[in-house]
Ligand binder design. Structure first.
Ligand SMILES: Cc1cc2nc3c(=O)[nH]c(=O)nc-3n(C[C@H](O)[C@H](O)[C@H](O)COP(=O)(O)OP(=O)(O)OC[C@H]3O[C@@H](n4cnc5c(N)ncnc54)[C@H](O)[C@@H]3O)c2cc1C
Length: 356
C-alpha cells in the first residue's frame, strides 16, 4: 500500500540553515555587518540551487532571506536592519510571508487587511492565508492597507513587521495535499509600534514586486527537476526498466529540457546580478522551470507510482508528487507569468533584449 506522508512531512531544515549561516552562506550576498560575505547574487543562487539539489526545503530561506530580508535591506531603517538581518543570515530568525488573502492572491491590489494609524503605531485587522511554515517563524512580513491617500488599488499598500506571538495574532494550520504545512493568520486589531512599518506607507507595492527576485529566476525549480529526474532514472535502472523505447525517448527529452531550463535560470540569475532582470524574462524563467519540475514529478508517477512504495532509489517520489501542484502557483501562477511575457511582447518589446 502506498504510504501517504503526514502534513509538513519535509524534515525541518533549520539545522542546515544554521550550518550555512555560520559560514555566511545562507545570505552570502548580504553585507558582512548583516552576516553575509558581500558577494554577488550568484553565490546566493548557488546556495538556492544546492539546497534544491539536496532536497532541503527552501521555503524558509526564500521567505526569510529572499523576501523579508531583501525588503528590509532595500527599505528598512538602520535600526530594523540591525535588529533582524544578522539573525536571518545566521538561520536563527525566521520570517513568514503574509501577503495572500482569501480573496486576493494573484492580484494583491484586492487585499483588505487594514493598518489604521493609532497613537504611536498601527492597528492591524484582517486575515492572511496560504502562508508557508508560519509556525516555524517568529515574525511575519505583512502587506496591509495603510489608509493613506492613493489613486489606485496599490497606492496605499504598506509592509509591516509583525511578531507572531502577539496576543492579537492567531496562527491556524490549513490541511493541504502539499508536504509543507500552510497556515492562515488572523489579525484581530493587533496594535504594532510605529517602527513596525517598513519604508513608507504606499511603498509596499513596489517592494513586493522587487522582493521576488531570486525565486523568479527559477533556480530552485530547476534544481528540483534535476534531483527528481536523477532519482527517477536511478530507480528505473535499478529495476531493469530502462529499456522500453518510448520511455527512453521521454527521458531523453526531459533530460535535455532540464539542462536547458538550468541555463535559462542561470541567465536570469546573471541578469539579476547585473540589475537588468526584466519582469518578462523572470516570468518566462519561473514559468518554464516550475512547469518542467511539475512534469518531472508527473512522469515519475506515471512510470513508478503505484509500485514505488519504499523505493530507496526515489525516496522523494511521494513528496515530489504532493509538492508538484503548488510549484506553478507559488510566487505567481503560470497564467500570471505568461500574461507578463505576453504583455511585454504585445507592447512591442523584446523581453530577451539586454537592458541597460
Ligand atoms: C507552495 C505555495 C507556497 C505559498 N506560500 C505563500 C506564502 O508563504 N505567503 C503568502 O502570502 N502566500 C503564499 N502562497 C499563495 C500564493 O502566493 C497564491 O496561491 C498565488 O498568488 C495565487 O493566488 P490564489 O491562490 O488566490 O489564486 P487566484 O489569484 O484566485 O487564481 C486562481 C486561478 O485564476 C488564475 N488567474 C488569476 N488571475 C488571472 C488573470 N488576471 N489572468 C489569467 N488567469 C488568472 C490563476 O492563474 C489561477 O489559476 C503560496 C502558494 C503555494 C502554492
Amino acid at each position: 500500500m502506498w504510504a501517504t506522508p503526514s502534513n509538513d512531512e519535509y524534515p525541518h531544515p533549520e539545522a542546515v540553515y544554521r550550518e550555512l549561516g555560520a559560514r555566511g552562506w545562507l545570505a552570502p550576498h548580504w553585507p558582512h555587518e548583516f552576516g553575509g560575505l558581500a558577494t554577488s547574487a550568484y553565490a546566493a543562487a548557488v546556495t538556492a540551487e544546492e539546497l534544491a539539489l539536496h532536497g532541503v526545503p527552501d521555503s524558509v530561506r526564500v521567505n526569510t532571506i529572499d523576501n523579508a530580508g531583501a525588503t528590509l535591506l532595500a527599505a528598512g531603517s538602520d535600526e530594523q536592519q540591525r535588529r533582524y538581518c544578522p539573525g536571518m543570515a545566521a538561520g536563527e530568525t525566521v520570517f513568514s510571508v503574509l501577503f495572500t488573502e482569501p480573496h486576493a492572491g494573484s492580484d494583491l491590489g484586492g487585499i483588505t487587511t487594514r493598518a489604521e494609524p493609532v497613537a504611536d503605531g498601527w492597528r492591524l485587522t484582517g486575515t492572511k492565508t496560504w502562508n508557508a511554515r508560519t509556525s516555524r517563524a517568529q515574525f511575519g512580513i505583512c502587506a496591509a492597507r495603510a489608509q493613506v491617500q492613493g489613486d489606485n488599488a496599490y497606492a496605499d499598500i504598506a509592509l509591516f513587521i509583525v511578531p507572531l506571538d502577539h496576543p492579537r495574532v492567531r496562527v491556524e494550520p490549513i490541511a493541504t495535499f502539499n508536504p509543507e504545512q500552510f497556515f492562515s493568520v488572523h489579525f484581530d486589531g493587533a496594535v504594532l509600534p510605529s517602527d513596525a512599518l517598513v519604508g513608507t506607507p504606499g511603498q509596499g507595492w513596489s517592494l513586493l514586486a522587487e522582493a521576488l527576485g531570486l525565486e523568479r529566476t527559477g533556480i530552485c525549480f530547476a534544481g528540483r527537476a534535476r534531483r527528481w529526474f536523477d532519482q527517477l532514472v536511478t530507480s528505473l535502472r535499478a529495476r531493469g526498466e530502462l529499456s522500453r523505447a518510448e520511455d527512453e525517448h521521454a527521458l531523453g527529452r526531459m533530460d535535455a529540457e532540464i539542462r536547458s531550463s538550468r541555463l535559462l535560470a542561470w541567465q536570469a540569475v546573471q541578469r539579476l546580478t547585473q540589475g537588468t532582470l526584466s519582469p518578462a524574462v523572470a516570468a518566462a524563467a519561473k514559468w518554464w522551470t516550475s512547469e518542467l519540475a511539475q512534469r518531472v514529478a508527473w512522469l515519475a508517477w506515471d512510470l513508478l507510482g503505484p509500485t514505488a512504495d519504499g523505493d530507496s532509489y526515489f525516496p522523494d517520489l511521494a513528496l515530489a508528487v504532493r509538492e508538484a501542484p503548488g510549484l506553478t502557483l507559488a510566487a505567481g501562477t503560470s497564467e500570471i507569468q505568461l500574461t507578463t511575457v505576453a504583455t511585454d511582447v504585445l507592447d512591442g518589446g523584446d523581453p530577451w533584449e539586454e537592458q541597460d
